[in-house]
Design a protein around this ligand. Structure first.
Ligand SMILES: [Zn+2]
Ligand SMILES: [Zn+2]
Length: 375
């Protein structure tokens, strides 16, 4: 498709008002976005529905939004490049994440991280860490996202998708997959070392498979049996999948039983859930000198004592999403090794049915919305 063939208007879901019920309106009269110099226009194929969407509809990020309402949701965009901004084509050969396949070009199938219009001048941008830039928009969070036929994406956040990877499978990798892979890599473990992941949800089911593919002994903990059962049937199941829901992390006897059941303490734990007891269990199963990697975002402070930090030499770190290069590496790993991405796909107009299914306690895998076939 050449830019002159692009329509003027498009179909999209919008948040017209925060805290509305239902939260989204389907519109067909929205303008196709104009591109800035560093942008590409994506024809969206599949858009992922993330845990964060609820916070977006509540207006939790409203103070950071330069565009205001209406806002198009989804920060898990996949699609095809249909147009380049003025400088974007020249930048395509410089951006990270393109690997050895040559610069991104028209017609390429891509995924995209949420970061857009970062300043390029601050210390973090200069250090190649634009995800920490305070002067930027986040598509689907503070600026228009992927639940639309077309989306304006920052080419610096785009990465080519492997041909083997479907758009449905790729969408969750743009946030959930990138987040858990970056967290695993951030643990800096060697093959054979022991990693525990707490939370068998969207992030956890991807994380255990990636961890296994990286050669780590992998322990998965959750307080619910259905997602643990689901993870036992994955192509790369964890070495141990264990329901730790009834373990009191303050009870030494229960902790030693837990450690016995999971084969001993671990070198690192990634907490991919928001509940405080998960962090207490994490600290209880770490070896001395171990690493607590924080991905879940609990409302209350995480209870780490001086004893953990000083007398056990525990390190506590957080991990924020990822960058295009590492995300592309992860997408290649998923495609090459046949890591299973559990998804439930819905057409855009069925967003309410999707939300109802999302609210059911037994749902497993990631919800995605199909906007087009991406061609
Ligand atoms: Zn997300
Ligand atoms: Zn910056």
């Amino acid at each position: 498709m050449s830019p002159k063939d692009l329509p003027k208007t498009m179909r999209a879901l919008v948040i017209a008002q925060f805290k509305a019920d239902p939260p989204y309106e389907l519109r067909d009269d929205l303008p196709v976005p104009q591109l800035g110099p560093k942008d590409v226009l994506l024809k969206i194929a599949t858009a992922g529905y993330c845990h964060t969407e609820v916070m977006v509809t509540r207006g939790d990020f409203a103070s950071k939004s330069r565009a205001g309402l209406p806002l198009i949701p989804s920060h898990e965009p996949t699609g095809t490049i249909v147009a380049f901004g003025q400088e974007a084509e020249a930048m395509a050969s410089e951006v990270d994440g393109i690997g050895n396949d040559g610069p991104l070009k028209l017609g390429d199938r891509v995924g995209c991280l949420t970061f857009r219009d970062f300043c390029g001048k601050c210390d973090d941008c200069k250090a190649g860490q634009p995800k920490f830039c305070q002067d930027q928009d986040m598509v689907g969070v503070t600026a228009d996202g992927a639940c639309a036929e077309y989306m304006r994406a920052d080419i610096r956040s785009c990465f080519r998708l492997p041909a083997k990877l479907s758009f449905d499978a790729a969408a969750p990798l743009c946030c959930a997959g990138a987040t858990i892979y970056t967290a695993i890599k951030g643990c800096s473990l060697r093959a054979g070392q022991r990693l525990a992941i707490i939370g068998a949800g969207a992030l956890g089911h991807l994380g255990v498979q990636m961890s296994k593919c990286l050669g780590l002994q992998t322990i998965l903990l959750d307080a619910r049996d259905p997602p643990l059962d689901m993870c036992r049937k994955l192509p790369y199941p964890p070495d141990v999948a264990y329901n730790s829901g009834s373990v009191d992390p303050k009870n030494p006897k229960q902790v030693s039983k837990l450690l016995e059941d999971i084969g001993g303490p671990v070198h690192a734990v990634i907490v991919a859930t928001d509940v405080i007891p998960a962090f207490e269990v994490a600290l209880a199963i770490l070896r001395n000198h171990g690493l607590l990697m924080v991905v879940g975002q609990p409302e209350n402070p995480i209870p780490v004592s001086y004893n953990d930090l000083i007398f056990r030499d525990i390190t506590v770190k957080g991990s924020l999403l990822g960058d295009p290069a590492l995300t592309k590496e992860m997408c290649d790993l998923v495609a090459d090794r046949g890591i299973e991405v559990k998804t439930q796909a819905y057409p855009l107009e069925d967003v309410e049915r999707m939300r109802a299914d999302y609210a059911k306690p037994g749902h497993s895998g990631k919800m995605v919305l199909r906007v087009s076939d991406g061609a």
